[in-house]
Write a protein of this length. Structure first.
Length: 398
DNA sequence: TGCTCCCGCCACTAA
DNA sequence: TTAGTGGCGGGAGCA
């Protein structure tokens, strides 16, 4: 795959890199040689199609362009020009890619391409960080808690005084509960806390730490924000999660599915790859009875369903929904984990301050030990697969 | 009709 | 001062 992508990118860049940018193309998002029709079918030459402009598809093309051995540096202007998109969209992509270790920012407008070899280490680091956060009441600065607290908005803007929501969210995840915490954050911190990259990491942490392999974006937003936030906050967060999910989908880290019982769309974690003979994480298997492939997946059309991991999903989500309705976050996750006892409960990165127990410590360590092998396997096997290899290759090599 | 998510404005940051 | 960065939400495509 990499070779194909590399050749494709080389081929593409050879034609486009030196050329002036295309003059107001009708469908500017996709340069002619990188068009991949995520939805399949006749939209390739439509005047306008959202599918052609999806962030996931853009990410796929971005990767196709730069995932080569001879690529070390990525210029944002260069990427935007080659892909025929606004620089703004490139920021969205690189922020997500950076948060999972594929890119590293070197300087203004310049990134270093690490490639997919960086993903396992980044995920491992994320999980370790999340575990540390669970162990320690003093959370590191990039924790979920920080990104989740829209009450900061309230403090800074002195607006939207949802006192109930503030209290709840703070009690759950706000490090400013700490007596020595600064009473006000710098605006730059505040801005950083809401970054797409951080949100990506926290979204991934949900899967890594909660052992929840299927979750809806609504629920993710609730978890990341804390319960009881204003509807507008929730909507905004969900919008961003859609962006992130599309990119992660295109990287095959997650998969969009639909629960058979509720028909509610959800995302399933694929990142912990099991090495199968000659296969990567995107083995095509028929859908399980618990899940149906979602009809609408921009940028990717993933087909790999891990039957082993699919069982938890819908029931857990339903339980979660019920529990959320009951308004008790902690109980929700105790039930989600289906383990009843609080000793086995994994709070995730937004654990309530002071919720540290030795039992949790032991549980997490056991889980971590088990998952280390997965990281190692992943390092060798992780590669994104374009949803339709044949079609992509055809597009790239007509 | 509601979900999905592209698009671009504009506030903020860093050089 | 200005170019780079990216949060944010309106609103349109899509199922």
């Amino acid at each position: 795959m990499a070779a194909a992508a590399a050749a494709a990118a080389a081929d593409f860049s050879a034609g486009a890199a030196e050329d002036p940018p295309p003059q107001a193309p009708p469908a500017p998002y996709l340069p002619p040689r990188l068009v991949v029709d995520g939805g399949g079918g006749p939209c390739r030459h439509h005047a306008y199609s959202r599918k052609q402009k999806s962030l996931g598809l853009l990410c796929t093309n971005f990767v196709a362009l730069y995932d080569r051995d001879d690529v070390e540096s990525v210029g944002l202007d260069d990427a935007a020009r080659r892909l025929g998109v606004e620089r703004r969209r490139i920021y969205d992509i690189v922020n997500v890619l950076e948060s999972i270790g594929i890119l590293v920012r070197r300087a203004k407008n310049r990134y270093t391409w690490i490639g997919f070899g960086g993903v396992p280490a980044a995920l491992k680091e994320l999980k370790e960080r999340a575990s540390r956060e669970m162990m320690s009441p003093s959370m590191d600065e990039t924790s979920v808690a920080n990104v989740s607290d829209d009450e900061d908005d309230d403090k800074l803007d002195d607006a939207d005084g949802d006192a109930e929501s503030e209290k709840l969210s703070q009690s759950i995840d706000n490090p400013s509960d700490k007596p020595d915490a600064p009473c006000c954050k710098l605006r730059s911190d505040h801005r950083k806390e809401k970054s797409l990259g951080l949100l990506t990491q926290n979204f991934v942490k949900l899967f890594l730490t909660m052992e929840v392999d299927m979750i809806s974006l609504d629920e993710s937003a609730r978890l990341l924000l804390g319960e009881g936030h204003a509807e507008s906050n929730m909507r905004t967060k969900v919008r961003r999660l859609y962006d992130i999910a599309n990119v992660l989908s295109s990287l095959n880290l997650i998969e969009k599915t639909q629960q058979a019982d509720s028909r509610k769309p959800a995302f399933r974690w694929l990142g912990q790859a099991k090495r199968n003979e000659g296969a990567t994480i995107t083995d095509a298997l028929p859908p399980t009875k618990k899940t149906l492939p979602n009809k609408r997946t921009f940028g990717t059309d993933l087909t790999n369903i891990d039957t082993k991991r699919s069982n938890l999903g819908s029931t857990m989500e339903n339980k979660a929904k019920l529990a959320w309705d009951g308004g008790n976050m902690l109980k929700t996750f105790q039930r989600q984990l289906g383990q009843g006892s609080t000793s086995d409960f994994v709070y995730g990165p937004f654990h309530p301050a002071g919720a540290r127990t030795q039992e949790i410590d032991r549980t997490v360590q056991e889980k971590e030990r088990k998952s280390i092998q997965d990281w190692e396997n992943l390092a060798a096997s992780f590669r994104p697969q374009y949803q339709n290899q044949g079609e992509l290759n055809n597009s790239l090599f007509p």
